[in-house]
Design a protein around this ligand. Structure first.
Ligand SMILES: *Cc1c(COP(=O)(O)O)cnc(C)c1O
Length: 405
């Protein structure tokens, strides 16, 4: 079986991890701090905190902003459950909205969903394709929208408007109007999970990019502390001479990134543009070219004049098919020993959200995108020949299901 998304675990990665294991310091320390600085330099945001996952990074920010029971946070229906789960963790209500044909949340849907309870919006760059950030940023600053905002915490008061928290789990290295993700809005959170473009096995990063009067370095220090139980000194500082005494400023979380993880990230970041993105783009281009000659193939948009994707997942759609036919086509592709996937089942299809009262019929575009979608494998070690194998498998499968013998 051709795998769907194996990580790039080559000798360089193995060596970098081994070096940390031999160094005597394996948890959060110099590697994690260096990785943070390199991410900031790469993305052009202000300050970055690495975390145990994107999920924990998103939740740290929502908590920092004071999101709580009675609040609403606007989230696209078409995303991975993590985006909405963190809102639920805070006791607030994820207000799900429909998306556009490019899979991303639309500005129109956000505008319609805003109420006096709305505290934040969480756009998701599905597949690595950035959302319309200029329009989203302009909307939440519009006079009548600002007038609706009712601050319920000190930081909400200070911001004076809704927070735009980008779930950039897919879009590390993507561009929007010549600016990189991480620098496009107030705060963006990246994922370095094993299946993501840049992997540290598990991991995430909070890219802080708030404007004045916020001091991003101060927020960093606070979040860093809160990622370590609210303990005023990290483990490395505590073992220095005279440094053992500490305080706990608040009942924090435990979601720091280890140096073992950061060591992988440093290797991956170093070669991200020159190898990872380059190869992923080649694969996207090869799928687009190989499949666009078929009338039934709907190729995802991944490059426009204003946007360049990070080429995270190739979201092929088949025109004019039902969900059942899509499932049959996937079975046929698997029969040809190629692993494919679906990104994503819209949240209202999942028990956790169905039972919270969301109904898929309220999200027609999300359902249409999902019901015809098949995600093709994209990863560094996928060869040109593998790409051809995938294309052949898809073509055979579609023809078999659409014209049964
Ligand atoms: C993977 C993913 C996350 C969660 O990332 P973790 O690092 O696993 O917490 C969040 N949002 C989206 C859209 C994702 O695909």
């Amino acid at each position: 079986m051709l795998p769907f998304s194996p990580p790039r675990s080559d000798e360089k990665i193995v060596e970098a991890v081994a070096e940390v294991l031999r160094s005597g310091w394996i948890s959060t320390g110099p590697k994690a701090k260096l990785f943070e600085q390199k991410i900031t330099a790469y993305c052009g945001n202000k300050v970055t905190l690495c975390t145990s996952a994107a999920t924990t990074g998103l939740e740290l920010i929502l908590r920092w902003f004071g999101i709580k029971e009675g609040d609403e946070v606007i989230v696209p229906a078409y995303t991975y459950c993590a985006t909405a789960n963190v809102v639920v963790h805070c006791g607030a209500k994820p207000v799900l909205v429909d998306v556009g044909p490019d899979f991303n949340i639309t500005v129109e849907a956000i505008e319609k969903a805003i109420t006096p309870k709305t505290k934040a919006v969480m756009p998701v760059d599905i597949g690595g394709f950035p959302c319309n950030y200029d329009e989203i940023n302009a909307l939440i600053r519009r006079e009548d929208v600002v007038a609706k905002f009712q601050p319920g915490s000190e930081n909400q008061q200070k911001l004076g408007r809704m927070l735009v928290l980008s779930d950039s789990a897919h879009s590390f290295g993507a561009f929007y109007k010549k600016k990189q993700t991480g620098s496009l809005t107030d705060v963006s959170v990246f994922s370095f999970h094993a299946v993501k473009n840049l992997s540290t096995a598990e991991g995430g990063a909070v890219a802080l990019n708030l404007s004045e009067p916020f001091e991003n370095q101060t927020i960093y220090s606070y979040l860093n502390t809160m990622s370590l139980h609210g303990q005023s000194k990290d483990a490395l500082a505590k073992v220095q001479k005279g440094g053992w005494r500490y305080d706990v400023i608040d009942a924090g979380y435990k979601c720091n990134m280890m140096d073992i993880q950061a060591a992988m990230g440093l290797v991956e970041l170093e070669r991200y543009d020159s190898e990872t993105l380059k190869r992923r783009k080649e694969i996207f281009d090869a799928y687009a070219e190989g499949l666009s000659k078929y009338d039934w193939a709907q190729i995802p948009v991944y490059e426009t004049k204003e946007k360049t994707s990070s080429y995270h997942v190739f979201l092929l759609r088949i025109k004019d098919i039902s969900e059942v036919q899509r499932d049959e086509i996937m079975q046929e592709i698997f029969n040809q020993k190629v692993a494919v996937n679906v990104h994503f089942q819209p949240l209202p299809l999942l028990t956790a959200y169905k039972s919270r009262g969301y109904n898929i019929s309220d999200f027609p575009v999300a359902y249409d995108n999902y019901s015809r979608e098949i995600t093709l494998p994209v990863y560094y070690d996928l060869t040109d020949q593998n790409v051809q194998t995938v294309i052949n498998a898809v073509v055979n499968a579609v023809e078999k299901v659409e014209q049964p013998a």
